[in-house]
Every structure is written in structure tokens, then in C-alpha cells.
Design a protein around this ligand. Sequence first.
Ligand code: GDP
Ligand code: GDP
Length: 438
Amino acid sequence: MSKPIVAIVGRPNVGKSTLFNALAGEKISIVKDTPGVTRDRIYADISWLDYQFTMIDTGGIEPDTGDMMLSHMRDQAEIAIETADVIIFLTDVRQGLVDADYQVADMLRRSQKPVVLAVNKVDNYEKFIMDTYEFYNLGLGTPFPVSANSKLGFGDLLDEVIANCNPETLKEEEDERPRVAIIGKPNAGKSSMINKMLGEDRLIVSDVAGTTRDAIDTVIRRGDKEYVFIDTAGLRRKSRIKEDLERYSVIRTVAAVERCDVAILVIDAEEGITEQDAKIAGIAHERGKGMIIAVNKWDLVEKNDKTIYKYTNKIREVLSFMSYAELVFVSAKTGQRFQKIFDLLDVVIENHALRVQTGVLNEILAEAVAMKQPPSDKGKRLKLYYMTQVSVKPPTFVVFVNDKKLTHFSYTRYLENQIRNTFGFRGTPIRIYTRERK
Ligand code: GDP
Ligand code: GDP
């Protein structure tokens, strides 16, 4: 299910990063070996009660005075409006209301996105609560007092955020058509690929209704099948600051990946695979999406009989955390292997939603255990009783064991390999959790 996206917007120094970090806390999802995830905290998965959402921090390098600040805030607000389902507009009770707050409030109000107004640095409720009333003047409804430093007021704030997560947002889930996000660095050839796909296969281009997001989706039809392609390519407004551009491109990637079933990561063959590509791939991996790596501009590469082999090795090495990903060498210019892209898409879409029967799974489990003894500690051996698939997209399994402490990731990986040996699951991550049953 696609999770709502919540963005934090506000002037420099009101406490956006502090709030983001406090809310994300230890809950920032860290998948082992995924690059980039821990280093720049631009987004985080948050759970509150039974709800889950993805939070993004739109703030980056921030000039704190004058025209630059205002233009920066407009960029921030715009990216939030473009990508988020709910926006937290953060202000500062100690600095009070300033002109820039009104201007951003105007933009947010006009966007008609749900906005939750929070007033930060209310470290002492009695002392500051009177001062928060001034913020009603922004015309964004009730201000929620919080203290990011002291972690106060989070409950009411998050309740309000959840209340504003319109269930309609998730309506697109009813759309049966597979959703594909084309992701990758600027200039890798994302737009060219979409255009080529459109050009070759009489297609329909349309806005997909039923989403509160502004993204423009493209529907591509092949034979009797339709695919919804989610746009990340368009940087509609150029920021003046390079770091912001990068940040915004990460935010757009997160937003697109959140909504997709399968991501196609476009790599520029001329440049080869880079750290930035790995970070982008990490976003899709973390979110459990199907994955195809398209090495584009293959027409520009001088080749001999070892070239594909060398590229494959290098990519597999850098993206070692997603050995399941499908790999294809293409040219958006000539259309080379575009048929194969669609063939792979069909395979990955199917695998991502594949369900395996419990009976068959347990035959595999029994065989796996017989072939390789489970780990033990201080004379106590791990027992694996039973395995079942609990969900799809991505395929997720639960193994019931005698003692979770005895599990070891190398044994879980071994189980994953056994499952893959039988069912393939090419192109999709799979997840295996252990649960105790005494
Ligand atoms: P950002 O620029 O909006 O991301 O703001 P930061 O998160 O970097 O915070 C700016 C400053 O405000 C830092 O010195 C924080 O320690 C301080 N700050 C953040 N939250 C609170 C709070 O709840 N109370 C107080 N007193 N200071 C805070
Ligand atoms: P995006 O920023 O990822 O959407 O990248 P674009 O689709 O705008 O492509 C960036 C540049 O690379 C453009 O000048 C394209 O013409 C060029 N380009 C894209 N794909 C190919 C390809 O397969 N071969 C060649 N030779 N050039 C390509």
C-alpha cells in the first residue's frame, strides 16, 4: 500500500531538522547495507499508532535573510505541495510571526493541500501558550504547540496529521494497472526513455485522476496491457542552489517510488555507475519495490566482447544489496532492447505480487533445514517450525522459530536463496521475518 507523504516546511532555524529527527528517532528505517539511507536524513518512515507515513524534510542549505530566503522558502513550499499529501508548516514562537511566514502560508493555502500548523519551541506550555494564539492570523487553522527539543506536543500534532491523511489518497490502489517509476540521476535519459516508449507504441497520455498529488502520470499501452508511468523527470522550477536541486530530486524520487510497484533505475552508460545511483537504488530497495536496472546510452559505448561482462560486474558490485535486480542494456536513442524492458517489466510485476502456497514453502523449509543445520548458541539450537507468506509487494514471509535470539542473518539469507532457487522471484526483493512460537 502506498504510504502518505508528509512534508515539513518552514523558515530557517524554526526547528525543522530537530523536529524531523525527533519524530524519526530510532524509527528511521535502516535496511542493512543500503547506501545513503542513514547519512542524509531527507526522508524517514514513521509509525504512529497504527499508521505509517513517510516524512520528508524539505529544508537543506538555507540562506536566512532577504530575498534569497524567500525564494528558497517558495521552492520548499512548492516541492512540498508537489509531492506531499499533508504539509506540516512549522513556525517559531520565540521569533514570532514574520512576513515570510505569511507569504508561505498564502502559497500553502492556495494549494488546497491539507496543512497542519505547528508552533515550535513551546518548551514551557504555561509560559508560551498565549503567544501561540497570534498564529491563528496565518489563516491555517489551529496552531499546534510543540517543542522539538523536549519532544512535547507530538501526540496531538501526529493525530492531526493522520486525520488529514485523506483515505482518498490511497484510492489509486484500486487502479489495477501496474505502476512504474523511472528513476535516476538528471540526464541519465529518463525522459528520453519515456518518450521512446510512447513513440513506438501508440499510447495514451493522460492525467490519472483520483490522486491528490500533482504528479502527471503517463499511461502506456502494449497490446492489451496498460502500465502507468510515474513522472520524476520534470524539474519544473529550477532552484538557485545546487544542494537544493539534489535534495529535491531525492524527494521526488521518494514520492514516485512510494507510489510504484516497479522502479526502473536508469544509469548513464557513459558515466558508469556512481554513488548517487546507489543511493537512488537504495530508496527503491528500502521500500520493497521491484527493480530493473536499465543501463542507457548503450549506443555511445565502444564495445568488445567483454564490455557487457565488465559493466555487469561493476554494477553488481556497487549494488550488491540488490542482487535480485534485473539488468538490461538499452538505448533510448535507437530503441535497442525496448521490447526486452517490457518483457522484464511483466516478469517483475508478476514476481512482486507472487504468492507461494504454505505447503510448498514448508517442503522447502524442511529440505533447507535438512541440508544445512541451523545455528546454535550455548548448546541450544535454532528450530524452524513453520513458514508462511504473509503478504505480497514485496513477497514477505514469516518463519516461526523456538528462539529469535538464535537466528542469524546468514541463515536467513540461506533461506532466501533456497526460496529463490525454487521460485526465482527475479526482480523483486523478498522479506523474511522470524517470530517466536514456544
Ligand atoms: P531548521 O533550520 O528549521 O532545520 O532548524 P533546526 O532544527 O536546525 O533548529 C534551529 C535551532 O533551534 C537549533 O539551535 C535548535 O536547537 C533550536 N530548537 C529546535 N527546536 C527547539 C525547541 O523546541 N525549543 C528550543 N528552545 N529550541 C529549539
Ligand atoms: P533525464 O534528465 O534523465 O530525463 O535525461 P534526458 O532524457 O533529458 O536525456 C539527457 C540527454 O541524454 C539528452 O541530451 C538526451 O538526448 C541524451 N540521451 C538520452 N538517452 C540517450 C541514449 O540512449 N543515447 C544517446 N546517445 N543519448 C541519449
